[in-house]
Write a protein that binds this ligand. Sequence first.
Ligand code: SF4
Length: 290
Amino acid sequence: MEIVLARDMGFCWGVRRAIDIMEKAAADKGEISSLGPIVHNPQVVRDLEGKGVHITSEPPDGVVGPVAITAHGVGPQMLEEARARSTEVVDTTCPIVTRSQRWAKKMAAAGFTVVVFGDPKHREVKGVLAWAGSNAVALGDGDGIPDDLPARLAVISQTTQSPERFALFVSELIQKRLGEINELRVINTLCDATSSQQAASRELAQEVDLMLVVGGRSSANTRHLLEICREEGTPAYQIESAEELRGEWLQGCQRVGVTAGASTPEFAVEAVVRRVKEITQELTGAASAN
Ligand code: SF4
C-alpha cells in the first residue's frame, strides 16, 4: 500500500499567522478571549486553550481582558462591540478576508447590491455581508438565482470557494438574469492558498484508489476538498482524527491519497498516516494467516 500526500495541504499562511498572533498575545497578556473558535478544528482549539486562548461568544459577554478576532473576520458592528466590551482588540483577520470586506463596503457605497457567493451561515460570509450593510445577500451553492435581484450587482465570493463553482455561479446568473441586469461587476475574492490546495487534491484524487480528507467537520474548506475528490469519482472520506479511520475503507486499495483542510494541523495528518500504516499491517497479517 502506497500513501501519497497532496503536494499542497494543511495550515494556510492566514491561519498560521492568526495562531501566531493569538499565541503571542496570550503569552504577553496572560490570557485572551477569541470571538469564536480560531479555526474549525477541535484539536487546534484545545491546544490553544492550554496556551491561554479561550473561546467566547459573539458579542463577547463578561470578558475582562483582550478580545481576539479570528482569521474569518467580523462585521463593523461586532468590531465596535468588541472594542467597547474589552480592554483591547487583537485583530487576526486574514488579509485576504479583509480585502473581500473592503470590496463589499466599496461596492455597496457605490450603489451596487452585493451578492456574496458562499455559505450564508459561515462566519466569514456573515462578516463580509455586514460590511456591505443592508444592500447585500449571500447565495449558497444550490440556492439558485432569485427572481427579484436588483439591476446593479457586484458579485464576490467566499474566499474558500472553488474557482470552478464561482465561475458556474456567475455564468448561471448571467444566463438567467441578463435581461434585467444593467450593470454587473464580478470581483475575484477567491484565496490563492485555497485554490492551490483544491487543485492539488483534485490531481491526487485522479491517481489514487481512495482519498482521506483530514479536517474539522465544520470547516468549509475541508468539506470543499471532500466534494472535489468525489467529483473525480474517487471514493473519499472526511475524518477529524486518526481514530475515525475505518479498516474496510482501505481493503483492496493500492494507493491512498491524503489531503487536509487549511485549518488542519500537521500532527493530525501524521497521525492519520501512522494509522493507515497500522491498519495495512493488520490487514496484511490477517490475509497471510488465512
Ligand atoms: S484559507 Fe486563504 S483566506 Fe482563509 S485564512 Fe487561509 S489564507 Fe486566509
